[in-house]
Design a protein around this ligand. Structure first.
Ligand code: MOS
Length: 773
């Protein structure tokens, strides 16, 4: 019964957030707490010959200075679980030796009574280096590229079917171009922040993370502390976008500093420090070739990507990951090559792979449309993939045609004159462009607990987290509907690793993973209530069939005779129960490869497994055979841009997105997620770019004055619509995640609109006015 799911209700944590009542990781005041400030390397490769902490140690308030010389020994992280719990740089455990692999690497932590004292003293640490020759430039080092065996979560990096090279030779229309995207940084509002507190052998973290469960397992293994003695709390998170998905050195260093100082330590990274210590999006060089016959049918697709990693881990920005399944073609060839550079390891950033990859592919499709003289929407319909031709599987649900149709109507595509530079408003050139959006529909194992209290309110507990996306809100709606309670009577508690293990907030998977677990736990409570009632001679439902009973409005009653029933509180009272709880664990995973099962053994509450065997909701969910299906979300972006012909200034005037992402859990938070992705895409297309000093390999655009992100004045009129058809295969709630799909395709749609406005094709992002003139 959907009473609240889908409704655009306000965020349940909205008031707390705007009144300062939501406590973020850096905001806990712990008695006796001191402050850590990181010291960063100033060379990109070499060794520390000498690190002189003498002067800094004498500076007022300084307690200890943590360096590789007095650091505790760390153990290798035990898991590199794609569902959460990956230490970012496996070959650079912090402060374990004198090696430097990139400029801005953390080489010391100054611990002082106040933040200001630590910050001041951090500048007094003197370091002599033995400098070695670094490599910085992707293009110049392309000769050193190698083919990585796999990407994130085991994603395939080299994929081919048919013979694309051969098919290109005979294609009647051909596009062969190179598209590039620069390094981007996440720049979440909330900085990376940790408080670590040792109490004997146990350690408590308040940590800004996309995975409390992942940080728990990592810190346990790295610090050599049993899992049950590590607790990680992250109640509110000010965005992550992938930068808080992997765990970076700052978290474990805070615990190391707290141990050394024997005091609780808070360590917050500055905006500048975040540019070199917590990841970034890899630069991409994408060589794309498309071949088509006279009718526009794609005979060949080639997508060869060169991307970068560091010398201390292998991360692949899988820009070609969507290419094998997005369009129908018999001949496809996708590859990824990796060049190692002396820079911090790249990491996932909102739609890792798909965001830059759909840029290249969808601009190439636009170029093909012009060359074939076929409308860009029509070209995509001609090459519509009815099934996943890469995996030879049906899609669990795909309604992309409707997205194109609806999007075209909403932007007024029929008024578009296809001729480039033909449309004007006043002196401004007008351009319309479109592109396809796509992102996998991930689901992984999750567990949750539901507790109904004697006063009639319920609590949900799950060790997942709300990174700012609305998870608290939609999980409240999910639980309220399953429990038959109004949302005011449901309190969802997340962000504490003591709770049953839930999914990482990454890969857009929380809604589809945690939602079914919370629903099943809630239904478990209802089922227990019904069992009590039918077995109790004092209940008006005594002796009735369980299947004939409905739960709604805080009571259970006969479905055909609603007056015959009773309130939850009456049942608990007669049973003399202060609380009634149920737990559920669902093991369903839609991931391509599941070499690690995030929930397996991860729950602190072992009885979850056993109870799930009797939970009908879990059983029905798990018995569905999902192997024949491929799980993806789709959508279409249509944008209108205005370009100043004299100045080259570009303004996105209107942006329409129509998304096919299964059931919409909350229309308001859903639109908010898609709009957020589109804003990210506007930044990516028009202004964002991390620029490096070519001699030092150091970011020079390392603050929000120089690394430009879109602001209100850059915003278009947004129109976001959903197909809102449940995906009945992925889960009983029918929803697929929406955190990332909004950024896919949007950069290409903007680029295609700029071409339509001006007749000039810029293939290197960002499209800045200088490139246009
Ligand atoms: Mo996302 S880049 O998987 O946090």
């Amino acid at each position: 019964m959907n009473e609240t799911v889908g409704k655009p209700i306000d965020r349940v944590d909205g008031k707390l957030k705007v009144t300062g009542g939501a406590t973020y990781s850096a905001e806990f005041n712990i008695k006796n707490m001191v402050h850590g400030v990181a010291v960063l390397s100033t060379i990109a490769k070499g060794r520390i010959k000498n690190i002189n902490t003498g002067i800094a140690e004498k500076s007022p308030g300084v307690i200890e200075i943590l360096t590789y010389k007095n650091s505790m020994q760390l153990h290798s992280p035990s898991s590199s679980d794609p569902g959460g719990g990956k230490f970012a740089e496996k070959d650079l455990l912090p402060l374990q030796n004198d090696r430097v692999f990139y400029d801005g690497q953390i080489i010391a932590v100054v611990i002082a009574e106040t933040f200001e004292q630590a910050e001041y003293a951090s500048h007094l640490v003197k370091v002599d280096y033995q400098v070695e020759e670094p490599v910085f430039d992707l293009l110049k080092n392309i000769g050193k590229a190698y083919k990585p065996a796999s990407g994130l979560g085991g994603a395939e990096t080299q994929v081919s079917r048919g013979n694309a090279a051969e098919a290109m030779k005979t294609a009647s229309v051909k596009i062969e171009q190179t598209y590039t995207t620069p390094v981007y940084h996440h720049n979440a509002m909330e900085p990376h922040a940790t408080i670590a507190l040792w109490q004997g052998e146990t350690v408590l973290f308040y940590d800004a993370t996309q995975s409390v469960a992942g940080v728990k397992s990592l810190m346990s293994s790295m610090l050599g502390v049993p899992k049950e003695k590590v607790r990680v709390i992250s109640y509110y998170i000010g965005g992550g976008f992938g930068s808080k998905g992997f765990t970076w050195p700052n978290t474990v260093l805070t615990a190391m500093a707290a141990k050394l100082a024997n005091r609780p330590v808070k360590l917050v990274l500055s905006r500048q420090q975040a540019f070199t210590t917590v990841g970034r999006r890899s630069e991409t060089i994408q060589k794309i070739a498309l071949g088509a016959d006279q009718t526009g049918k794609l005979s060949a697709i080639q997508h060869h990507n060169t991307v970068e990693s560091s010398f201390v881990d292998e991360f692949v920005e899988t820009a070609g990951v969507a290419t094998p399944m997005l369009y129908s073609s018999q001949n496809v060839d996708v590859s990824h090559s990796l060049v190692r550079l002396n820079k911090v390891t790249p990491c996932p950033m909102r739609a890792p792979g798909e965001a830059p990859g759909t840029y290249g592919l969808e601009v190439a499709m636009d170029e093909l449309a012009y060359q074939s003289k076929i409308d860009p929407v029509q070209l995509r319909l001609i090459n519509y993939a009815e099934e996943d031709e890469d995996k030879h599987k049906k899609f669990s649900s795909k309604n992309l045609r409707e997205c194109y149709q609806k999007g075209a109507a909403l932007i007024g595509w029929d008024k578009r004159n296809p001729q480039p530079a033909s449309m004007k408003e006043g002196k401004m050139l007008v351009g319309y462009g479109m592109a396809t959006a796509t992102y996998p529909a991930n689901r992984s194992a999750s567990s949750a607990k539901a507790v109904l209290f004697a006063d009639g309110h319920a609590e949900i507990r799950c060790a997942t987290q709300d990174i700012g996306t609305g998870t608290y809100t939609i999980m409240t709606q999910t639980a309220a509907d399953a429990l038959g309670l109004p949302i005011e009577k449901v309190k969802v508690k997340l962000g504490d690793s003591e709770f049953p293990k839930g999914a990482q907030s990454g890969g857009s998977q929380v809604t589809a993973s945690v939602g079914p677990a919370i629903r099943a736990a809630s239904l478990g409570v209802v089922s227990k209530l019904i069992k009590f009632a039918v077995a109790d001679a004092k209940s008006p439902l005594h002796g009735q069939k369980e299947a004939d009973i409905t739960a709604q409005n805080e009571r259970i009653f006969l479905t055909t005779k609603p007056a015959q029933g009773e309130a939850y509180t009456d049942i608990l009272k007669r049973q003399n129960l202060q609380q009634l709880q149920a737990q559920a664990a669902t093991k369903v995973s839609t991931r391509q490869k599941t070499e690690a099962n995030p929930a397996a053994g991860g729950s602190p509450e072992k009885e979850i497994e056993d109870e799930s065997k009797t939970n009908i909701a879990v059983q029905e969910d798990e018995k569905l055979d999902r192997k024949p299906f491929s799980f993806h979300s789709f959508g279409a972006h249509f944008v209108k841009v205005l370009v100043d012909p004299d100045l080259g200034m570009i303004h996105v005037d209107k942006a329409v997105a129509v998304m096919d992402v299964g059931t919409i859990m909350n229309e308001k938070t859903a639109k908010n997620q898609i709009m957020g992705g589109m804003v990210f895409g506007i930044g990516m297309a028009l202004m964002e770019e991390t620029q490096y000093d070519p001699n030092r390999g150091r970011p020079v655009t390392r603050d929000l004055a120089n690394y430009l992100v879109p602001v209100n004045a850059d915003m278009p009129e947004f129109v976001v619509e959903f197909i809102n058809k449940p995906d009945t295969i992925i889960s009983p709630i029918g929803a697929r995640g929406i955190g990332e799909i909004g950024i896919t395709g949007i950069t290409a749609a903007i680029n295609n609109a700029i071409y339509h406005a001006t007749g000039k094709r810029v293939r290197e992002l960002p499209v800045t006015p200088d490139k246009l003139l």
